[in-house]
Design a protein around this ligand. Structure first.
Ligand code: HEM
Length: 356
């Protein structure tokens, strides 16, 4: 039998899945409820595609050996970029919902209680798989509710299970940690007791320190702690806590190195992957911000249908739910291109795609 458009796309099901509650409540159907349903469904379809791309990306990073010169990483880069394009679209979609006025929304809002976007399992799975852990979530108590406004026990279990599986953040950390850039044999040196003693980092530390203005001078202490866990004089436990990174010092060193030497062809894929992760955070935060502004306009300071504090909760999530802020924060530790130390020939040869 030949393929039929309607069947292939399962349109019978999809197009028969909009059932406004206002039409069933014996009241005048609220015109804008259809838009409200369709926009959420469109979001959920795109969330599904994002999760599908993450399946592939995490499959590659989950391998015991990743070949930096094979097609895998290039596909990862490509598919991360696809996620970014989808998130861009999801940001734009908020403006369609903005055509609904607060009074239009009020016509059916109370019928939705206690359902809310808070319960979007797919959204939570995207967050968890990217690397947002329960400990880092704003108002964790809200997530643990299985009563009104929270998750069903089944969804809660799925979310919990996913949070226990290796996230992309952990996988990227491992990938970065195994980068061979500082291997003594490429630098013509004897093994060093710690990377802090490595000639590259000694030189870079001095160059970085030189680059700081007087007001920035204390940044050298942050640099030493974040990349080497070297405490500076007078550093308190509180200071250390404030400088906590999710990526290990070894992973941070490799990421900084890639950022610095991104113009070498070998580093391009790695650089673009790191940059994509920063951009995903950027678009997720962009969406949170647009959603928050829309919510403020739509319901003011009322509590959400999902029973959180509403705009207050969303504001906290916006400022706290960055996953790749360690990578974005690397910019603090860059120096001018023209001042970068020259790399040893052995290292360049090792990193080259074609041996000279
Ligand atoms: C009239 C439109 C909307 C209003 C007034 C609204 C309101 C809210 C509120 C108040 C919350 C906090 C939880 C609660 O107490 O309910 C929330 C969370 C959320 N909403 Fe919406 N929302 C709207 C549209 C949407 C749309 C179209 C989506 C698309 C999927 C969405 C997805 C979410 C998500 C994912 C969260 C959790 C955000 C986070 O934890 O960072 N919302 N929403």
């Amino acid at each position: 039998m030949s393929v039929y458009y309607q069947d292939y796309l399962g349109l019978d099901k999809i197009l028969d899945s909009q059932h406004p509650l206002s039409a069933q409540a014996g009241m005048k159907p609220a015109h804008d409820e259809t838009l409200f349903i369709i926009i959420h469904q469109a979001y959920e379809l795109w969330f599904k595609q994002i999760l599908f791309e993450l399946d592939y990306i995490q499959g590659v990073f989950g391998k015991t050996h990743i070949n930096d010169n094979a097609e895998d990483l290039n596909l990862v880069r490509h598919r991360l970029n696809r996620i970014i394009r989808i998130l861009e679209l999801l940001n734009q979609q908020v403006s369609i919902l903005d055509t609904m006025t607060p009074l239009d929304f009020l016509a059916f809002r109370n019928l939705l209680t206690p359902a809310s976007g808070f319960q979007s399992l797919q959204f939570r799975l995207i967050e968890a798989r990217l690397g947002l852990s329960m400990d880092d979530r704003h108002q964790q108590g809200y997530y643990k509710r299985t009563n009104e406004g929270g998750f069903t026990p089944k969804d809660y279990q799925t979310l919990n299970h996913t949070e226990g599986v290796e996230s992309l953040l952990i996988q990227v950390n491992r990938w970065l940690e195994r980068m061979p850039f500082f291997n003594p044999q490429y630098w013509g040196i004897d093994p060093v007791a710690s990377e802090w003693e490595h000639p590259f980092w000694k030189e870079y530390t001095a160059l970085y320190q030189e680059s700081l203005t007087e007001r920035e001078s204390k940044k050298i202490n942050d640099f030493k702690w974040i990349f080497f866990r070297e405490p500076s004089e007078g550093m308190t436990e509180e200071d250390k806590h404030a400088l906590h990174t999710h990526l290990s010092p070894a992973a941070m060193r490799a990421a900084l190195f890639i950022m610095l030497y991104r113009d070498f062809p070998y580093f391009q894929t790695g650089y673009q992957i790191l940059d994509s992760l920063i951009e995903i955070d950027h678009w997720m935060a962009g969406w949170r911000h647009k959603h928050l502004s829309m919510v403020r306009r739509m319901i003011g300071m009322r509590v959400g249908t999902g029973n959180t504090s509403g705009a207050g909760y969303l504001e906290g999530a916006l400022s706290r739910h960055f996953v790749y802020k360690d990578l974005a924060g690397l910019s603090t530790f860059l120096i001018e291109r023209r001042k970068l130390p020259k790399l040893p020939v052995e290292l360049i040869r090792h990193l080259s795609f074609y041996e000279a």
